[in-house]
Design a protein around this ligand. Structure first.
Ligand code: EPZ
Length: 424
């Protein structure tokens, strides 16, 4: 059933929002359950379309899964298949994360090539080169990666790009390989650290996660985990930016500030007042933001972690369209991540694309318009712009949004937004 969002803009957000578990941590951690025949209990799993997709894929491969609220109990003792079919993989590129664990556990994998998506070609050549260096035969047959390895062997892997899922695939494959693997130029994202923490809890021997060099000593087998997914730093950044755009003041709970410091720095440079604290029992960190009357223009350059995350570029661009002054947003990670620009222009934003940058001329305000979502973060950008715009907006194809944001319309309504989800 196709649905759309109807938003009446101009309402400052206020209140407290609970941040869900991180999508880009849950997906690799769920894929990693293939590495062992023991039972895994995973908490704080976000209820997202992408999580449903990887659950379906794991069940196809033989996993027994019980999903209660936000806890998944998964046992992969029986691997019945090693094939991830195109019709599921095309819905979610992160299916490539099944490659490393299947090779390590079942010595073979047949994964449909994910194909491109709205934001770029999204090749997986670095994943395949790394696995090949670990003794894996790789063939590309009829749009599928067919991989076979009698036994993966540890090796020195230098990634020419610090690919996030590429790092995760190598870490998972190496955890059961013979010998030691060293990854140079590894991705440093917090979600890589979360995956590694969950692996080490199961008996893996991995050091250096969060730095550019990760060392993995292969072990014979892994146990089961009882693990809680980290909070979603991109979801948190999205709500903090929404508060900025609407001139509001909100508190986000369960988030560690060091996972999105680059975003917090830019919000403060744009005039936000951000305070930090923990709950009385000292367990739950919170962040509070108070927006200025009007945000100041700041330049954004996306980089691998700990730089400004590409997954926040579209949301922050929406903010800059109404900032006082001009700014430049430079996208260094993906080649086509400006799908939101034309829709923002229809709301009155003054934007010009120059190669991999957008030149922004801040305007006093935007006006609501009917819009079409294209990819996950572009959709979030349109929602944020609509919250700040004068008048009413409609956003269609919001299944893009549901892939990565849990109940976004409900969470925003609880913060005072005038937003309804209706049949298209
Ligand atoms: C992960 O994608 C995230 N997805 C993305 O989040 C995120 O935008 C991206 O990392 C960058 O932070 C998940 O974790 C599931 P990359 P990933 O490999 O791993 C090129 C979202 O919105 N590259 O780090 O696919 C690639 O084309 C999603 O939640 C190669 O050339 O990203 C890109 O230009 C979107 N060859 C750059 O590297 C390869 O083999 C970074 O890609 C791999 C990547």
């Amino acid at each position: 059933m196709l649905e759309k969002l109807v938003i009446e803009g101009g309402q400052p957000l206020s209140g407290t929002v609970r941040i869900s578990g991180a999508k880009n941590s849950a997906l690799p951690i769920l894929a990693s359950t293939l590495l062992s025949d023991k039972t895994n209990v995973i908490h704080n799993v976000p209820k997202l379309q992408d999580v449903h997709t990887i659950v379906k894929l794991l069940q196809l491969l033989g996993a027994e899964i019980i999903w209660e609220e936000r806890t998944l109990t998964i046992n992969c003792a029986q691997i019945k298949s090693v094939e991830a079919p195109y019709d599921l993989v095309r819905k979610m590129r992160a299916s490539v994360l099944l490659l490393g664990p299947l090779l390590a556990r079942a010595q073979r994998a047949r994964i449909s090539l994910p194909g491109g998506c709205a934001i770029g070609a999204r090749p997986i050549n670095l994943h395949l080169q790394a696995l090949n260096r670990m003794g894996c035969d790789i063939k590309l047959v009829e749009g599928y990666v067919e991989a076979y390895s009698r036994k993966l062997v540890g090796n020195r892997i230098r990634l020419t790009i610090p690919t996030v899922t590429g790092t995760m695939n190598v870490v998972m494959a190496a955890s059961l390989a013979a010998g030691t693997t060293i990854i140079d130029n590894a991705a440093r994202e917090p979600e890589v650290v979360d995956l590694v923490n969950s692996l080490n809890q199961r008996g893996a021997k991995i050091h250096g996660a969060g730095s550019s060099q990760i060392t993995i000593e292969g072990v014979d087998r892994l146990g089961g985990m009882n693990y809680t997914i980290m909070p979603d730093r991109i979801e948190c950044g999205t709500y903090l930016t929404a508060a900025m755009l609407t001139g509001g003041s909100i508190r986000t709970e369960d988030i560690r500030s060091d996972s999105l410091q680059a975003v917090l720095d830019k919000l403060e440079a744009s005039g936000a007042v951000i305070t930090y604290g923990t709950s009385d029992d000292g367990q739950r960190p919170w962040l509070e933001i108070v927006a200025p009357n009007r945000p100041k223009a700041v330049d954004i350059v996306t980089q691998p972690f700990p730089g400004f995350p590409t997954d926040m570029q579209a949301q922050f661009l929406a903010l800059l369209t109404i900032a006082a002054g001009n700014s430049v947003v430079t996208e260094n990670i993906f080649e086509n991540r400006f799908m939101h620009v034309s829709e923002l222009q229809r709301m009155g934003a003054r934007l010009q694309i120059r190669d991999n940058a957008v030149l922004v001329e801040g305007v006093e305000g935007l006006s609501g318009a009917p819009m079409m979502a294209t990819d996950l973060r572009a959709s979030a950008s349109l929602v944020l712009a609509a919250l700040a715009a004068k008048g009413s907006s409609e956003i269609r194809r919001i299944y893009h949004l549901d892939r990565g944001y849990e109940r976004m319309d409900e969470k925003l309504r609880a913060l005072g937004a005038r937003i309804q989800r209706v049949r298209q």
